[in-house]
Structures are given as structure tokens and as C-alpha cells.
Design a protein around this ligand. Sequence first.
Ligand code: 5GP
Ligand code: ZN
Length: 137
Amino acid sequence: MKDGNCIFCKIANGEIPSTTLYEDDDFRVILDLGPAARGHALLLPKEHYANLFELDDAVAAKALVVAKTVAEKMKKALGADGFNLVQNNGEAAGQTVFHFHMHLIPRYENDNAGISWKPGETTPEDMAEIKRLVEAQ
Ligand code: 5GP
Ligand code: ZN
């Protein structure tokens, strides 16, 4: 299913042009217009899923295989020193476009992409509580 109001549906299906690095029947990988680092790309399914939780299982499984294949090519072609896969779900997690996408971000020594977090704190009790809550679902 496509969503007529969704910009990534239009890009994924070729109605809006993009710089495409890879395409098959199910996915398109395009360059991000606001890259965190040189070569930052987005993997988009051609069908509309708002986020990870809506994603069809077969599409989810294939997404990582496509990401791996394209990331390998990008890393070699661009001489990247490392690589991040990033995938945001919900505004609280930084999602701004509500069509599932995976960020493919080549990383270079001393780039300023800043994809990191300050380690927080936990306790054995809270870790046990988290485990109990998740396993109860
Ligand atoms: P999010 O914050 O939802 O995980 O990521 C959205 C990404 O889409 C951002 O990195 C942003 O730069 C990129 N983006 C938003 N609109 C467009 C667009 O029209 N074309 C392309 N190529 N990238 C876009
Ligand atoms: Zn969409």
C-alpha cells in the first residue's frame, strides 16, 4: 500500500526524482539531502509502513540484507573507515518522516557526524525489572 501524502512513498516509487544508489522490486536506496557524513543514504521500502512496528516481517528481513549489500559497496567505494546503520521510530526517537527508513551512514576518522550518546546509569534491580517486563509481553 502507498500513502498519497507521503514524500518517501513518492521518492521510493520514482514519482519524485532522487539520487538512487540501489533499486529492486521492494526497495530504493537514495542519498539523504541533509547528510550526517559524506554518502549518507536512506533505504526506503516501496510500500508504506510508518515505522518498524508496522513493517511486514519479510520486508524487515530483506531490509537488512539489502542494507548490508549496499553498505559494503558504499564503504569500499567511498573509502569509509566505519559505518552506522540508524533507524528511528517515533518523534521521541528523532523520526521526522513517518515512512520506515534505515539510515546508511559511512563514517570517516574525525568526521563530525556525532552519532553517539553519553552512557547513563542502571542498577541490577532495574535491569531485572526490565527483563521481567519485556519477557511478560
Ligand atoms: P528521520 O529523522 O525521520 O530518521 O530521517 C529523515 C531523513 O530524511 C533526514 O536525514 C532528512 O535529511 C531526510 N530527508 C527528508 N526529506 C528528504 C527528501 O525529500 N529527500 C531526501 N533525499 N532526503 C530527505
Ligand atoms: Zn510512505
